[in-house]
Design a protein around this ligand. Structure first.
Ligand code: ZN
Length: 66
């Protein structure tokens, strides 16, 4: 995401250090499923129409999580 080089995950005896994550993202479109019961609302969801796999470094994940 930020383009910084990432290190492979390092495994230690009792923990491991993760430096990057693989995320699946892409363009979505809103899909509506009409309810077949009158008293229930229609369902909506976002359909992934062009999946892209991106590498996100651990620093960016921290920023997103904040
Ligand atoms: Zn980053």
């Amino acid at each position: 995401m930020c383009g910084r080089p990432v290190k492979p995950t390092i495994h230690f005896k009792d923990h491991y250090a993760v430096d990057y994550y693989i995320e699946v993202t892409g363009d979505t479109e809103r899909v509506t499923i009409a309810s077949d019961e009158q008293d229930k609302p229609d369902l909506h969801y976002s359909k992934l129409i062009s999946p892209k796999t991106i590498v996100v470094c651990a620093d960016c994940i921290k920023k997103i999580a904040e």
